[in-house]
Design a protein around this ligand. Sequence first.
Ligand code: PGA
Length: 257
Amino acid sequence: MSTTNQTRRPLVAGNWKLHKTIGESVALVREIKTALAAESRCEVVVAPVFTALAAVRDEIKGSVIKLSAQNVFWESRGAFTGEVSALLLRDVGCDYVIVGHSERRQLFGETDASVNKKVKAVLASSISVIVCVGESLEERKAGKTLQIVSSQVRSALDGLALDHLPNVVIAYEPVWAIGTGVNAEPEEVQQAHETIRGLVAKQFNDSLAKSTRILYGGSVKPENADLLMGQPDVDGALVGGASLTADSFIGIVKAAG
Ligand code: PGA
């Protein structure tokens, strides 16, 4: 299922990963805020570390920028030392949570099953989710890209209600393209996004599939953003490295619309 992205509001999210103190986070978001037009067709989201969420929330109050966390635990309370629930993320002011990033899958043992639990917990707390999928280099070399991405999407969205879908954003991030400077070819990206949209249509329905935003992530920079976001099924970007400075992040936001 190929579509045109004219009807979907583009979204660019900056995933700051494990970078920046509270002071540095506030300074960066202030620069982004100043550079952004008051009215932007593109939805702009920043995902600082947990400890900077409250300060960034205060800095973006009244602006077009939205707040995201980078991870969550699926239980809402209890004896789970070191974890943070979706309810607490809503309490601190998060509009979004990133779930299932490949770094979490690779370094912290997240599985398709745990990703699905987290997606459900976030949606049950009335926060939107940016759920990440993507194949590894080995899987790509073995010609399994679409198979892997399809099974990750299917299980991430398993058991969701139709009315949850408007709060779901999917990010296609080939693992080999993250932080490497090598991005996927626009045609490959389009093919993966088209496959993902087709799956959403099958699992839910056509109209939800047409309105679901699918972001690309993996070495997005101002220089390649135009080409990537010019693909009909690419609705924005999840940005790591290039989101750590206001200039490059804004360059990508502008390319998105
Ligand atoms: P990158 O990271 O833009 O630095 O490749 C993307 C991501 O991890 O979301």
